[in-house]
Design a binder for this molecule. Structure first.
Ligand code: ADP
Ligand code: NG1
Length: 481
């Protein structure tokens, strides 16, 4: 699809230089594609919009999903990650209305319609229905977009093709597309970084304590390059992947909705508790440490030194909440207040050694992965594959966030791919494998025959939606006529 970026005529007072700066700093405003799959999907959204609201959309917002190549469950500890945007995305047809109402519906009727006041709503954490993610995006701009006065009502139709709850970040794409749509309809020119940070914060209203990788890559992605994303300050660096290999994504088809249970937040808390116990042991003010990365900065140690510190501090067994209170010299009430979230206060056992060891070793692998890409040596692909394999083992055994079906896919890939690992939050969802270009079709055929043809939930599904090669795609944008 040709990427025609048009002038930001919404800002008629901006000088030419300011317009150019805005078009690189802010998500681009592009002409609607005239052909291809995206054109077809946008046109279906337009038709649905017209039948729902009896007028046409004024513009479209798009935000992509992502596949994380390495660096799992480290973003919320302050460590860099290595994702690329996928082609699959959330598209949204949007028009302002005159009623101060937010009216949202979905092209897929399994997602029910929803209406509320755009200025006064509650995000229901107990029941993470789809429209709550839209409400998160609206709330992000309402709270942090610097808008004078109330928001203008919006009519929205959503259509997405990112497999939900599969580790490809469909929820964040929905939040990001919404925030971008609300910002655009209120003539706000927010930078990609600002939008990414707003979206990372506002998605937490759904109840999960995510780290910010998904929202960052959704806005900061650029075609043909993966990105190393660092946090605080948010920064994305393009990395050229070595030639000769393809990333293949395969969905094991065990879904896991992060917001529907406390697995994800439990890991975030285990890392937080590990940071606090290690901070206390080092004589630091433990209450000030929420992230393992902040502890490392304060100590000024290397990642391998932090791994050694984990083994010196913790035994490789679960710790009771009571034991942790003793180590911190704190009451259970204080721990609930200072450290734990609403949906993790009931947990009585925490694995501190294994979780912290995963985080420091995985954070180290991200920089090793980048080093191999930068050096582009003869054995680069083999080295990347090995790092991916090690990463999978760590998420499976130390972080315990894999799933037997995911492990089966990774096992089947051994020897046929260069390396394979779970991607995203885990507990189901997708695997990403690094495969030599020439082997890609044979590899996909093998997975089709040995996994998907025997997997009941794969029957009747479009095979290209559950097993596909992925090239790094562009980030979020607005489409106009
Ligand atoms: P992911 O790893 O894909 O982000 P989550 O479980 O965090 O998975 O979020 C998935 C949720 O996002 C879905 O249950 C649904 O509520 C919402 N969602 C994803 N895609 C769509 C879509 N196309 N339309 C509406 N809601 C969607
Ligand atoms: P997905 O795969 O989108 O559920 C989640 C978090 C990320 C990151 C990964 C694990 C959110 C919105 N996303 O991703 O921040 O922690 O898990 O690496 O919480």
């Amino acid at each position: 699809m040709p990427e025609v970026i048009i002038p930001i005529s919404m800002f008629p007072d901006a000088t030419d230089k300011e317009q150019i700066e805005m078009s690189t700093k802010c998500p681009p405003i592009k002409k609607l594609p005239k052909e291809g799959e995206q054109c077809r999907r946008l046109s279906a959204l337009s038709d649905k919009f017209a039948s729902e609201f009896f007028h046409g959309p004024q513009f479209f917002a798009r935000a992509p999903g992502r596949v994380n190549l390495i660096g799992e469950h480290v973003d919320y500890c302050g460590y860099a990650v290595f994702p690329m945007a996928v082609e699959q995305d959330i598209l949204m047809a949007v028009a302002k209305n005159t009623t101060e109402k937010l009216n949202i519906c979905n092209i897929d009727e399994c997602y029910p319609k929803y209406s509320c006041s755009i200025n006064n709503f509650i995000i229901n954490k107990d029941q993470p229905a789809w429209f709550n993610y839209v409400l998160c995006g609206v709330k992000g701009i309402k709270d942090e977009g610097d808008i004078d006065g109330p928001l203008t009502g919006l009519d929205i139709v959503v259509g997405g093709n990112i497999p939900p709850s599969s580790g490809l970040s469909s929820s964040s794409a929905l939040v990001c597309a919404t925030a971008l749509a609300v910002a655009h309809s209120h003539c706000l020119s927010l930078s990609k970084e600002n939008l990414a940070e707003i979206c990372a914060r506002c998605e937490r209203h759904i109840g999960t304590q995510g780290g910010g990788m998904d929202q960052a890559i959704s806005f900061l992605a650029s075609p043909d390059t993966a990105k190393v994303i660092e946090f605080n300050p948010l920064q994305a660096t393009s990395v050229t992947l070595p030639p000769g290999a393809t990333f293949v994504v395969a969905n094991c088809l065990a879904p896991m909705n992060k917001a529907s249970n406390s697995n994800y937040n439990c890991r975030v808390m285990e890392c937080r508790l590990a940071a606090q116990v290690m901070a206390k042991k080092a004589g630091l003010a433990w209450r000030e440490y929420q992230k393992l990365g902040d502890l490392q900065k304060a100590l000024g140690w290397t990642l391998p030194q932090m791994m050694a510190l984990v083994s010196d501090t913790f035994e490789a067994r679960p710790y009771t909440k009571e034991e942790i209170c003793k180590l911190l010299d704190a009451s259970s009430e204080e721990l609930d207040q200072v450290t734990l979230t609403e949906n993790t206060r009931h947990i009585q056992l925490f694995k501190l050694h294994d979780r912290a060891l995963h985080v420091f070793s995985e954070a180290h692998r991200v920089w090793e992965f980048k080093k191999v890409c930068d050096q582009q040596g003869d054995t680069a692909l083999l080295e990347l594959g090995k790092l991916m394999q090690d990463s999978h083992r760590s998420t499976q055994l130390l972080y315990e966030c894999s799933h037997p079906k995911l492990d089966t896919l990774v096992e089947l890939s051994r020897g046929v791919s260069l390396g394979a690992r779970l991607t995203g939050a885990g507990w189901g969802g997708c695997m990403v494998a690094l495969v030599q270009d020439d082997d890609t079709e044979a590899y996909k055929k093998m997975l089709q025959e040995r996994y998907f043809s025997q997997e009941p939930s794969a029957q009747g599904r479009d095979p290209s939606s559950i097993l596909f090669s992925s090239r790094p795609g562009p980030g979020a944008c607005i489409f106009v006529q």
